[in-house]
Each structure stands twice: as structure tokens, then as C-alpha cells.
Design a protein around this ligand. Structure first.
Ligand code: AMP
Length: 759
């Protein structure tokens, strides 16, 4: 589309990812005399997601000062015009409708119990439409004018918050080392998490082994299901996650192509990638003749790759093991002990904070997709018929931004709903799930996540993990898009059932019956003396096995003993034959007051690295009017140091005050940084801002006068107060622990005015 005039050419190219700001558009209209043309130009810009503006009339050194010279100029303009919500909705309406129509079709097919292949195809199409809608929504949202990821990453790297591991050897993708500052922030997030969940909710914290034997992961389903597809460079063996490779290659295809239909088809394929299987991937690779992006070599066919790191436990190599892909299994296998610890009663919860390992095929996006990361998981065990939470009333008014599966099917945006209402309407499956989602919401807020950039997205039925029955991800918006930071899953009885089946150890709880009932019991009674004599040291295993035999098997043994003189059992992969003298199966009636139930499990799983990364993005700032002065606006509770102590100059009379204040802070356990280096105070403040220190104590010439006082500066507002030297440590401590806020400090102490000069 080209719009020509005497004054300017407006060339709109759909694939060019930039558009002019309103400011420019206003300037543009005011400099053009032809009103109709102006209108057209503005409409073109507004309709297009991107454009290049080419003007060949007067250039400006800055907007408003016109030079006389006339020459062509190509402008690449940074900002997108901020369309009104109505205009956005007009653009989104057809996409929403497409999603809604497909959502209705899926519902209809499910109601009519259509064949699974047809339903699956319809759901795949639905997810593709949802993805297109989501991409458009993201595209239309005003760009974060202030956020510059490279600048932020530079700061984090330069100050050694974290960096790629083994960097002096060239680094390893997907592995990161945390420096003193990153380590402190991570530990502070974990400390707050402990207070928020373990302490406040009375959760039992455990610490179990990372090295997990194969049978455990066989039972949990990870051996079979924990996999992604990859392709290999046929010449050098380099591996690529197939969906990522196809996405990048299709994006490149779109940029290079001029054929609108081909572009539309490629865009559609990108949105369907999540739901594809091996043959679909292969078909795309064949169709577009995709090669290795690094060498141009041919690629292998897609191979399913299990993401767990395998190893051998012990020198003989007889026990195959894996580094755990989640911490949850360590809790499930200890369920019996934990239930005992809680006096045999439900509900209760156990938590674990620790490393998880996933051999991601192509780790990327910094801390967001890594191979070794910190997880904080809670497994809440609850009666499957009563998932009420005792503290639900405390939170039911809290409004959560919910993007339900249903709303995704209808192409709608997240809706703010009180959690009480969401649970009572059945949108969130039960109170316990709702309770933990709310706690997560409050926790993210507490540690400084921007709550305008949080949503809870419900999984669609075909998206849920193999163990789950309802799932909601707390997602944070970052420059990489919406990122799952905390998964909330109702894992039902999946894990305990499978570990019970695999081990014959009953992972069940007892539930009191409303009224006692009579039941028939089949019990295997071993003749211990006879078994002991015949089987010696193996007899203990046999007797334990007999005690665990269930109703059905016992009944079968009874029948066998009635017709023959012995029975043969398989115990620990050995065949054991017991004579009729060694075993009797007794049948009788007994009155029971309790029944055995397999508890359901509600799990919130927090990816600490992803939360931390989102927090960095959400708190990265530039000082107004000085882009070079960047800082991290972390709340005091998670900031690596709570305050700095800065003598105004190298004057020796300041030194005793510096020492005294530092010592008082140390006694209170307040982390702080003393900076006695030379350089202007403004410059030193700027340095402490960069590493997120929220408060700064300055010792100046007035400090030397009686009564001795210092200034206290707050990082975000740059405001300062003056307060007595002997008060400053406890004030800082109170702010750091959240007992008081900066507002309280300002109310209590007089304001101090001083220039913030960096020179
Ligand atoms: P999942 O068990 O897959 O639901 O993961 C639980 C949480 O772990 C997610 O919500 C993420 O925050 C985090 N997580 C999963 N995989 C990775 C990864 N490769 N790198 C960093 N964090 C991850």
C-alpha cells in the first residue's frame, strides 16, 4: 500500500515490525495541508501493525523546529500508535469470533461423544486459533517504552547477579551461576516463600534425595511421558528442539516471503506447533526443506527425547537412576511417614525446596528455560470427597485475573473474579486449589511482581500433564511473552496410586465413617514357624508380603488351597511355593469404623528462577531524564542488601560513625554495604541503586554535631529524612522486615533536601 503526496510518502509494510507514535502522527498531520490525505495516512498507519514512514519534506532536528533544506529521509520510528481500546477490540473481534465458533464446535463434538480423532482435530484447530488471537493481543498492546532487555541483562551480568556457568571454558547453555547479589535475591525470595507458606500454613518441609532410582520414575510416569521431540544435524550431530527449530525457520520464511497466502499458512503452522506429533513435524520439515540453521546440513527425522539426566547409582552400575525432574516424587514416596507425623489425619501438606534437572534440548531465554533450576513445591494431601480448605474464608474476597479454559475457547481475555465466586461457580475445581492460587497471587505481589502483568491461565483438557485433573498456571508477562512461573495442579490420586501399585506399600489414609459398618474380610494368616523353618532368612519378606495381600488375591488363594495342596506366589521376582500347612486364608465379618482412602494431591510448583527473572524485568528502571542511570526497584524484603552506609567524604572524623552504624546493623542481622570509596555521593548512590539497595545512610558534616544524626535516602523516590544515629539501624531493620514503610519513616522524621548530583 503506498500513499503518495506532494509532501510525503507513507509506505506501509505489514511485516515490518515498527510503527509511529501518536506524537509523530500529530506532528505529521499538523505539517500536511491536505486533510483528506492526512486522514488516509493516519488510517493506514492505524490499520497496519507496522510501517516505514518516508518523508521527503523538511527534516527536523527535533520535532517543532523545521529546517529549510528539502531532502528525502527514511524514518524508522520506534513506537506503535496507541489505539483506543475500541479500535483494539475491532481488530480482535474477527479473531475472537473464530475462536468462539471453534470452541462451540469442540463443545458440541464432546457432547455428542464424537470419535476421539475428530475431537482431537477440532481441539488442535481451536488451540491454533487461540494462539493467533493471543499473538494479536500481544502485538496490539502498547510496547513497553522504557524496557530495554539488553540494558537490563548488561546490568545483571556486570554486577554478577548471575552469569552463564563455566564461562571461562566457553559456557554451557541452560546453566547459570548466581553471584553474591543473585544468590542473595534468590535466598531472600526463598526465605519469604518459607515464611509465606511453610510457616504461615504449618506445612512440613522435607529435603529428599535428588538421585532417584528408575522404578520410582517408572511408577510416576516420567520414564514414559517426560519427553520432547528433537532433530539432529545429520553431519555434526547437533540437536535442536524440533518445535523451536520449525518456529524460527518459519518466522524467517515469513520475513523473506512476499506471497500472502504462504505467509498466512506459515503463521498458522506456528500457532499449531504445540499440539503436533512426530509426523506433523516431519511433514513441515519436508515441505519447506528445512535444514540445520547453523550449518545448512540435512536433519534427522524427529526423535522423542526423554528430558531426564540419567546416571548409575553406585560403582557397579546395577542401579539406574536419574536426577529428579521435580521435587514432588520425594514427598510422595514419604507419604506414609508424613501422614504418621500428622497423627494419621488429613488434610496436611509437605513442601520441598531444591534443585530439579531437565535436559532441555535447546535451552534459551536466560533463566526462563534452563537445565538445572530451583523448585519450591507443595503437596497438599486432602480427602478426595472433601477438598474444602479451612482458611478459605480468609481469602475468598481476593480477586484473581482468571483466563479460564472456557474463556480461551471463546476467545476472551482474563477476567477479574473473586476466588470465592470462582470456586462456587465451579470455575476453579475446589477450595484448596483456589486457596493456593490466591496465596500464590499474594506472594507474587509481596515480593514485588507487577500485578498488572500476572494472570492465571487454566489448562485446556488436552494440555494437562499426565497426572493432573485441573491446572492453573500463574503466568508473568515478560519481554519473552507470558511465562509460566507457578503451576497449580490437582494431581488427584495419580501418584499415590501408582507408587502403591509399584511397591505394594499402601499409600492411603483412614477416614472415619459416619456410622460403623460390617464388612467381609479375607485375611492371609501365615504359619510363621513353618515358613521360618522352610525359608530361613527369606521368611520375613514372605510374611510381610502375605500381610499386604488384597481381598481379591486372598480369595483366589483360598480357592487354590481348597482344590490343591499348595500355592505359588511371585515375591520380589522370585517364585515361592507355600504348602497348605504354611498358609490359611480366613474369611470373617468385622465391624469397621474407618475406611481407607487414597488422598488427592493439590500441588503448587514455583519455579524460583522464572519468578526471579520476571521480578528483575518488572523492577528494572531508568531515572527520568538520565537513561544511563538504571536501577532495580526491588522491595526491601528481597533486595540483596537492605541499606548502604556512605560517609560523605574521606574525612577521618566520619569513620567512627561508619563503624558504629555498621556494627548496629550487623547486630540486628541487617545485610548492608559500606562504601567508603572516593567519588561524589551522587555517583555512589547511583551505584547502590543499580544493585537494588533500597535505603542509604549518609554520614555528613552535620553528623559530627550533637545530637549526632544521619540522613536516610529511599532509592525509588530519592527522598531523604534526617534521623538520630542511634535510631537508624532499627528503622532500617523495620523497613526491611516490612514492619513499617517509607511513608511511616517520612511521617516520623524531618525531610532532608539535597541535590542528587552524579558529578
Ligand atoms: P512443571 O512441573 O513443568 O509444571 O514445572 C513447574 C515449574 O517449574 C514451572 O512453573 C516453571 O516455573 C519451572 N520450570 C519448569 N521447567 C523449567 C526450566 N526448564 N527452566 C526453568 N524453570 C522451569
Amino acid at each position: 500500500m503506498i500513499c503518495r503526496s506532494k509532501h510525503f510518502w507513507l509506505i506501509v509494510k505489514e511485516k515490518f515490525n515498527r510503527a509511529p507514535s501518536d506524537f509523530l502522527l500529530r506532528s505529521l498531520s499538523s505539517t500536511t495541508r491536505n486533510i483528506r490525505e492526512n486522514r488516509l495516512a493516519l488510517d493506514l498507519v492505524r490499520q497496519s501493525s507496522s510501517c516505514i514512514l518516508w518523508r521527503n519534506f523538511a527534516t527536523r532536528t527535533n520535532w517543532g523546529v523545521r529546517k529549510r533544506t528539502l531532502f528525502p529521509k527514511l524514518f524508522f520510528i520506534e513506537d506503535r500508535p496507541s489505539m483506543s481500546a475500541i479500535e483494539h477490540e475491532e481488530t480482535l473481534a474477527p479473531l475472537r469470533l473464530a475462536v468462539q465458533e471453534q470452541g462451540n464446535l469442540v463443545r458440541k463434538l464432546k457432547e455428542e461423544k464424537a470419535d476421539p480423532v475428530t475431537i482431537k482435530a477440532a481441539v488442535t484447530e481451536l488451540k491454533a486459533r487461540i494462539k493467533s488471537l493471543e499473538l494479536k493481543v500481544l502485538e496490539l498492546e502498547p510496547k513497553e517504552e522504557k524496557f530495554d532487555r539488553l540494558k537490563m541483562e548488561d546490568l545483571l551480568k556486570q554486577k554478577f547477579f548471575y552469569d552463564i556457568s563455566f564461562s571461562i571454558y566457553g559456557g554451557v547453555a541452560g546453566q547459570y551461576d548466581f553471584g553474591p547479589l543473585g544468590c542473595a535475591v534468590k535466598n531472600n525470595i526463598i526465605d519469604e516463600w518459607r515464611k509465606f507458606f511453610v510457616l504461615e500454613e504449618g506445612i512440613f518441609e522435607v529435603n529428599t534425595s535428588c538421585l532417584t532410582p528408575e522404578p520410582v520414575l517408572q511408577a510416576s510416569g516420567h520414564m514414559e511421558k517426560f519427553a520432547d521431540y528433537m532433530v539432529k544435524d545429520l553431519k555434526n550431530g547437533e540437536c535442536f528442539r524440533v518445535d523451536h527449530l520449525i518456529q524460527t525457520s518459519l518466522e524467517k520464511f515469513i520475513v523473506d516471503s512476499k506471497d500472502r497466502e504462504a505467509i498466512a499458512e506459515a503463521s498458522k503452522l506456528i500457532s499449531q506447533l504445540d499440539n503436533m506429533k512426530k509426523d506433523d513435524y516431519q511433514a513441515i520439515i519436508d515441505k519447506y526443506s528445512f535444514k540445520s540453521p547453523l550449518t545448512g546440513n540435512d536433519l534427522s527425522e524427529p526423535i522423542e527425547f526423554n528430558l531426564m539426566f540419567s546416571t548409575n547409582i553406585g560403582p557397579a552400575g546395577l542401579l539406574r537412576g536419574f536426577l529428579r525432574p521435580e521435587t514432588a516424587q520425594g514427598i510422595f514416596v514419604n507419604f506414609k511417614r508424613l501422614l504418621e507425623f500428622n497423627g494419621g489425619k488429613l488434610p496436611f501438606a509437605a513442601a520441598q525446596i531444591g534443585k530439579a534437572f531437565r535436559n532441555e534440548i535447546s535451552p534459551r531465554a536466560g533463566l526462563i528455560r534452563v537445565r538445572e533450576f530451583d523448585l519450591a513445591e507443595i503437596e497438599h494431601f486432602v480427602d478426595p470427597d472433601d477438598k474444602a480448605h479451612p482458611k478459605f474464608d480468609d481469602v475468598q474476597q481476593v480477586e484473581l485475573p482468571l483466563l479460564s479454559a472456557c474463556n480461551q475457547m471463546d476467545g476472551k481475555s482474563p477476567v477479574s473474579i473473586a476466588v470465592g465466586e470462582a470456586v462456587s461457580k465451579g470455575l476453579i475445581a475446589n477450595q484448596t486449589l483456589g486457596y493456593f492460587m490466591t496465596k500464590t497471587f499474594l506472594f507474587l505481589k509481596h515480593i514485588g511482581i507487577n500485578m498488572d502483568k500476572v494472570r492465571f491461565r487454566q489448562h485446556m483438557s488436552n494440555e494437562m500433564a499426565h497426572y493432573a485433573s485441573d491446572c492453573w498456571d500463574a503466568e508473568c508477562k515478560t519481554s519473552y511473552g507470558w511465562v509460566e512461573c507457578v503451576g497449580h495442579a490437582d494431581r488427584s490420586a495419580f501418584d499415590l496410586t501408582h507408587h502403591t501399585n509399584a511397591t505394594n506399600v499402601k499409600l492411603v489414609a483412614e477416614k472415619k465413617l459416619a456410622s460403623p459398618k460390617k464388612v467381609k474380610v479375607m485375611e492371609c494368616l501365615p504359619n510363621k514357624a513353618k515358613i521360618g523353618k522352610a525359608f530361613k532368612q527369606d521368611s520375613k519378606v514372605i510374611i510381610t508380603h502375605l500381610a499386604q495381600i488384597g481381598e481379591e488375591e486372598a480369595s483366589a488363594l483360598k480357592e487354590q488351597l481348597a482344590t490343591g495342596s499348595s500355592v505359588t506366589l511371585s515375591i520380589d521376582n522370585k517364585r515361592v511355593t507355600l504348602s497348605a500347612e504354611m498358609l490359611t486364608v480366613k474369611e470373617y465379618e468385622k465391624t469397621v469404623h474407618v475406611e481407607e482412602i487414597i488422598p488427592s494431591v493439590i500441588e503448587p510448583a514455583f519455579g524460583i528462577g522464572r519468578i526471579m527473572y520476571s521480578l528483575f524485568e518488572h523492577s528494572f528502571r531508568e531515572r527520568e531524564g538520565d537513561e544511563q542511570r538504571t536501577y532495580l526497584s526491588l522491595p526491601p524484603s528481597v533486595a540483596p542488601y537492605k541499606c548502604s552506609v556512605l560517609p560523605l567524604s574521606g574525612n577521618t572524623e566520619f569513620a567512627p560513625f561508619t563503624r558504629t552504624i555498621s556494627s548496629s546493623l550487623r547486630q540486628l542481622g541487617v545485610s548492608h554495604k559500606v562504601d567508603e570509596s572516593s567519588g561524589s555521593i551522587g555517583r555512589r548512590y547511583a551505584r547502590t541503586d543499580q544493585i537494588a539497595i533500597p535505603l542509604g545512610v549518609t554520614i555528613d558534616f552535620d553528623t559530627l554535631k550533637e545530637p549526632h544524626s544521619v540522613t536516610l535516602r529511599e532509592r525509588d523516590s530519592l527522598e531523604q529524612v534526617r534521623l538520630p544515629v542511634d535510631m537508624v539501624a532499627s528503622v532500617v531493620n523495620d523497613v526491611a522486615r516490612g514492619v513499617i514503610t517509607w511513608e511511616d519513616v517520612k511521617q516520623t522524621y524531618p525531610k532532608f533536601e539535597q541535590q542528587e548530583a552524579t558529578k
